[in-house]
Design a protein around this ligand. Sequence first.
Ligand code: 5AD
Ligand code: SF4
Length: 459
Amino acid sequence: MTDTPAPKATKSVFIKTYGCQMNVYDSERMKDVLAPIGYAPTDAAEGADLVVLNTCHIREKATEKVYSELGQIKKLKEAQGGKMTIAVAGCVAQAEGAEIMRRQPAVDLVLGPQAYHKLPEMIARVHRSTGERLETEFDTQEKFDALPKARSVDGPVAYLSVQEGCDKFCTFCVVPYTRGAEISRSVDEIMVEARSLASQGVREVQLLGQNVNAYHGAGPAIEGGGEWTLGQLVRHVAKIGGFDRIRYTTSHPRDMDDDLIAAHADTPELMPFLHLPVQSGSNRILQAMNRGHTREHYLDIMRRVKEARPDIGLASDFIVGFPGESDKDFEDTMDLVREVGYCIAYSFKYSERPGTPAAEMFGQVPEDVKNERLQALQALLREQQTAFNASKVGQTVPVLVTGKGRNAGQMHGRSPWLQAVHFDGAEDLSGQIIDIEIVGSSLNSLSGKLPQMADGVPA
Ligand code: 5AD
Ligand code: SF4
């Protein structure tokens, strides 16, 4: 398809994004489809012509937030005399559909994650007050085909969706129901988008997918189009994509093949970071979760990944208080954390999701037990994260400068291990990868200085 230049913006859109990186990516793509019909992004809901909430359904709390936010936006809409279109997108839209408009009648349209390319058409329908205002069909390929191929990006870091959906059906998770079956984009399609990103100055690209290492898209047509793995894709993007840094997220232990592990050793552009959620350290719980891997299998992957790339930073997700989790099961999780040693990890209390098998299981864990376990786990993870950050002090690390810091004269960027780094430097460093000497660390960031400033005198 050809991309026509955007007309002069006459309307404004405010998009609020909840949840995972896939939603962040989708929000960017929604801006891309709205630009040709005259919508420019704005950073406040107040005064906006169109407000989109790109929602997350993964835990109950995330869903509740959406309804309370909608209550606030409704007031703004009333203050504007009704001159605001409210759209609910994302996984809550997929899961709850028309129920959203029943609970909050100020909502004009509801569209699931596979329907973003239809947003302009749906807005037109709302304005004519005709027809369907709900679009939650599953057709991921249609979405990928219909979205504009060129993208507008802001800054040197970008996401690139290579795979969507999940067929794993972990018993606690709504993703297979809200995002649909697993589908991989073809290498040729990905490369068109990759080149558009690189030509706009993107230096670090993060390949995205709910199950990114299950990637099995068609290889380049000129090579016959046979199925490719993520390891092949990563090497290809490194060779011809024009990026200095490549990452991928999120992976599943079942799909961590030898070739992908080898890519960590032989592809310098692939950053030394792996987010591989384990959820629990107990085999009994892993089985009840339908994870399809054991504790031993996971630990073996971690060992092999460390062997391939000794400086790799390891990350994970954990759920505490899954139905039936005993003190001993929880201790197994704590034990696994001690054994692996994480640079960062995300941990959650199990949240009952209607329609998932775990919601029907016996042995739901009381809230106070979940709280206690979460606190203990998070204390241990914080300790590891602080120690990992402190281990970089005294080292010189390459930092991709992403923009201005909070204080005057300060810039910030990210290290190969995704740590935020602050240092004093000039604005024109933005977008460059520069060596920074790390002089301090905390739980959430590193501070550093330009090496030539080591004695306070610029070189
Ligand atoms: N309750 C708590 N955490 C959940 N996650 C997914 N579903 C649930 C749930 N029902 C967590 C998992 C997953 C992350 C994105 O969210 O740890 O890896
Ligand atoms: Fe959810 Fe499991 Fe699929 Fe991850 S692998 S998205 S946790 S069902």
